[in-house]
Design a protein around this ligand. Sequence first.
Ligand SMILES: [Zn+2]
Length: 116
Amino acid sequence: MKIWNKFVAWLWTFRGGYAVRYVESDELPSNLARQTLTVAREDGELWVAGMICPCGCKAKLELMLLEEAKPRWDLRVDQKGRPTLSPSVWRNQGCKAHFWLRNGKIFWCRESVASA
Ligand SMILES: [Zn+2]
C-alpha cells in the first residue's frame, strides 16, 4: 500500500461510510461506485456483493453470498442501509488488504497494516 493510497483511504473514512446498492442482475456491473457495496440480486436471491478495495488500490472485490459458495460471506444491512459483512475480507493477492466492513464502516485488521 503506497503512502498516497493510505492517505486517500483515510480521507474517505470521513465520507459517511458505505451504503448498499442492489442491482437486478446475474453479474456485478463493471463500474462499481466508491463507498458502495453493490449487491447483485436475481429472483429475490442475493448472490454476490462487489466493492472497490478500500485501501485505494482500486481492485474490484467480489464476495460470494450464496449458501453453497466457498468462501462466502454473510451480509446484514441495518435500518439505515449500512452493510455489515462477516467474516472479514482478506485479499490473498495484490494489496493484501484485510478489513472488516461493519455498519458501513471499514475497520482495518492489524496484520494488513503490518505487512503493507
Ligand atoms: Zn487494495
